[in-house]
Design a protein around this ligand. Structure first.
Ligand code: RRO
Length: 312
């Protein structure tokens, strides 16, 4: 039986649904090229700001048995660096490029989007509404009115299709509110669920100490800690955004979790903590595991089970 793992969406084709979560293996050209040359089906760059940033003091990432905590603080090489990468990107090779944008202000996001629009590059922006790690700056994604105003302004300056990276939500009323906002923008074609669960605290009982330096140890959680929250956000937004795609991100470390995300309705899925810990070989491994699982279940393509999660 021949398996087809390809995904066609946004007018693009990916040979398979896996790519990196923004932030992991995508800050430098060398890292972006590692993802491009791996088994991943697409590439996304680190969230960028207009000016380069060093980010927060180290240590700012720590892995645990159940996942990771980070407070990187948006270290990135600046918008122009990623724009240069996008200009030289070999799109014809069939591995789409997404650019993650996370301006320090709405004005900065508008400037980056306007500049991107002028270049006519086939890369697609994913606007990050959910960085949890900037001291003193709340996440835009938790303020629906501010999201509405920002999305309106961004939609006005950017004539192409785009997506947003959302924080996790924890209440059906908040899913409803955000879906109402997102559904007002037809060119907003996808939402990525979820960014890390913000402001967790990991404690090392031996040292009686926090494990990362910024914000007295508070940071965004990823990995196995967040899988059920990620799945809930994927499923709930798939239900509420019938004309959009949902990209699943959170807790994928094998073919099983990739399968769960797609069963919950994800069009494609991103790998974060697992990629950070394992390196780019994770893509080929997870893909192989997903293929074996599909084969065992008699599924030939992703559409055979996408969004077909049963309830009791
Ligand atoms: O750089 C970060 O600290 C960071 C960002 Br921008 C984000 O969106 N999510 C995250 O977990 N870390």
């Amino acid at each position: 039986m021949r398996l087809d793992l390809s995904v066609s969406w946004l007018g693009l084709t990916m040979t398979n649904p896996l790519y990196n979560a923004s932030g992991v293996m995508c800050r430098s050209v060398e890292e972006l090229e590692q993802v491009r040359h791996s088994a991943a089906g697409a590439v996304i760059s680190k969230s960028c700001t207009l000016q380069p940033r060093e980010g927060n003091p180290e240590p700012r990432y720590c892995a645990t048995l159940l996942g990771s905590i980070n407070s990187m603080g948006l270290p990135n090489a600046g918008f122009d660096y990623y724009l240069d990468y996008a200009r030289g990107y070999p799109y014809e090779a069939g591995k789409p490029l997404f650019l993650s944008l996370s301006g320090m202000s709405l004005q900065d996001n508008l400037q980056m989007l306007a500049s991107l629009a002028e270049q006519y590059l086939p890369c697609i922006p994913e606007v990050n509404l959910s960085c949890p790690n900037l001291p003193g700056k709340p996440q835009l994604g938790y303020d629906p009115a501010a999201c509405l105003a920002s999305l309106q302004a961004m939609s006005d300056v950017y004539p192409g299709v785009f997506g947003v990276k959302l924080p996790p939500y924890f209440d059906p009323v908040h899913f409803d509110q955000m879906a109402g906002v997102l559904n007002a923008f037809p060119r907003l074609r996808f939402v990525t669920c979820i960014n890390s669960i913000g402001n967790g605290l990991v404690i090392d009982p031996e040292r009686e100490c926090v494990v990362i330096k910024p914000k007295d140890g508070l940071g965004g959680l990823g990995g196995a800690y967040v899988l059920p929250t990620a799945l809930a956000n994927v499923r709930e937004f798939v239900r509420r955004l019938p004309d959009k795609h949902v990209v699943g991100c959170g807790g994928i470390s094998s073919g099983r979790e990739a399968f769960m995300h797609i069963l919950a309705g994800a069009t494609a899925v991103q790998i974060g903590t697992c990629l950070y810990e394992e390196g780019e070989g994770a893509f080929a491994r997870i893909l192989q595991e997903l293929a074996m699982l599909m084969e065992a279940k008699g599924y030939q393509c992703l559409a055979d089970f996408r969004g077909k999660l049963k309830t009791l």
